[in-house]
Design a protein around this ligand. Structure first.
Ligand SMILES: C[S@@+](CC[C@H](N)C(=O)[O-])C[C@H]1O[C@@H](n2cnc3c(N)ncnc32)[C@H](O)[C@@H]1O
Length: 408
């Protein structure tokens, strides 16, 4: 089961039953929409979205005709744009490609890129067809592969929250063909993911919302390649059942209530030693309140392994956190607190730290760590004493003379 990178996308009209299943599941999930899941940012689907999902003529071009607006193409992208990128966009894409190749090597990009299904506006370069959003997902794949360290024949369980068209889980599935991938997203986007993943992996076993409702938590313990479900089903994931949770560029567009909802579940269903790959903006306010990665409600049982600005988008932060069974020192909260944006209170914290360090240097704290001036003088006196004693011991004549002197 592999992505056909070099061949044209299969004709999507070949599977009317899957198309009907996708639509039926979209309607079902929409009926039970849990309100807080759709933030103001995501209140963007046009009234005719269902009709558009049902129009099979739109699917061959779905990554350029507005169906993926906001999750793959930008919110302001026009419908059916030209085939070619303007020279500025092409230059940025080539720069991003060069940067990525510098990190992963050419072969990794060649093996994992994908810009054919749904025909995003892409650029031919060095024999590859490149899409900017896809290159970011290639980078995410690289980081996950490196940090997860699982053999290719492992059968892990992956959970992605807010997966866009499904590009990242598709790449991970190529790497680990036996993986069970659970995508949690909005019903509108679940429909697109169903189309993309079944096109990329013809014959894949899909678990959709209707089967989930029929089977409940048991369905999630069964055999499937992709479970494509609305986010509120996260309640049904078994404790410590996931090896990896991903959230890239999406909690930044959710309400705080929704972020809290997901963190409660992640804390429960990610197994000890499992990874959380979390890539989100330092700050974004499109939901009507500031959402900052530094405020994400990580509890104290995380080792933060990686914390740095994201590849290609320095206004976004990349975190890789490993789940622990015990509270971790330094606490994740202290790593997060140090991230921008800064507050005036941070200046106070910085000043207090600077003053504490200055006092430790001058007056000392622990004698082995920061002896301070008193500790340095004490250490110098002890060293002097020891040096003198050793010097005298090395001179027997002097020792005898001293002994005589002292006896008088
Ligand atoms: C900007 S896209 C990012 C897509 C992809 N992760 C990427 O990095 O390209 C944000 C994603 O978050 C999803 N999303 C928004 N609200 C959500 C919610 N309440 N639960 C799960 N996913 C949600 C959107 O549907 C979309 O798939």
């Amino acid at each position: 089961m592999t992505l056909e990178l070099e061949s044209p996308p299969p004709d999507v009209r070949r599977a009317p039953s899957l198309h009907d299943r996708m639509l039926a599941n979209f309607r079902l999930a929409r009926e039970s929409y849990v309100r807080h899941h759709r933030s103001r940012h995501w209140d963007l689907f046009p009234p005719d979205y269902e009709a558009r999902l049902g129009d099979e003529s739109l699917w061959p071009d779905f990554r350029r005709n507005g169906l993926t607006r906001g999750f793959g193409t930008s919110r302001g992208a026009p419908d059916t744009p030209d085939d070619t990128l303007d020279s500025r966009a092409a230059g940025k894409l080539v720069a991003a490609f060069d940067g990525l190749v510098g990190i992963t090597g050419f072969e990794f990009v060649r093996d994992y890129h994908e810009a054919r299904i749904g025909r995003p506006v892409a650029l031919e370069h060095r024999g590859l067809l490149l899409d900017r959003n896809d290159l970011r997902l290639v980078h995410d794949t690289w980081e996950i592969v490196r940090h997860l360290g699982l053999p290719a024949d492992a059968a892990p369980t992956f959970v992605e929250i807010g997966g866009g068209h499904g590009g990242l889980v598709a790449k991970l599935k190529r790497r680990w063909p036996r993986a069970r991938c659970i995508i949690l997203d909005l019903p509108e986007v679940n429909a697109v993911q169903t189309h993309y993943l079944s096109t990329a992996f013809p014959g894949a076993r899909l678990l959709l919302y209707s089967e989930f409702l029929a089977g409940g938590a048991k369905a999630l313990s069964g055999e499937f390649d992709f479970a494509i479900l609305p986010g509120w089903t996260a309640d049904q994931l078994r404790d410590e059942s996931a090896d990896l949770v991903m959230n890239t560029r999406s909690m930044q567009e959710m309400n705080r209530e929704t972020i809290g909802f997901y963190f409660d579940r992640i804390h429960r269903f990610l197994r000890p030693g499992g990874l959380f790959y979390c890539v989100n903006r330092y700050t974004k306010s499109t939901v009507g309140e500031p959402i900052r990665i530094k405020d994400f409600p990580f509890d104290d049982r995380w080792h933060i392994q990686v914390s740095r600005p994201s590849f290609d988008q320095p206004w976004i932060h990349e975190l890789i956190a490993v789940r622990s069974t015990m509270p971790v020192v330094p606490a994740p909260a202290s790593t997060l607190a140090a991230l921008p944006p800064y507050r005036l209170a941070d200046v106070g914290t910085g000043l207090a730290t600077a003053i504490r360090r200055l006092f430790a240097i001058i007056f000392g704290d622990h004698p082995n760590i920061n002896p301070g001036i008193p500790g340095t003088l004490r250490n110098a006196r002890v060293a002097l004493e020891r040096g003198l004693v050793a010097w005298v011991r090395g001179r027997p004549g002097l020792r005898a003379g001293l002994k005589k002197l002292l006896r008088r």
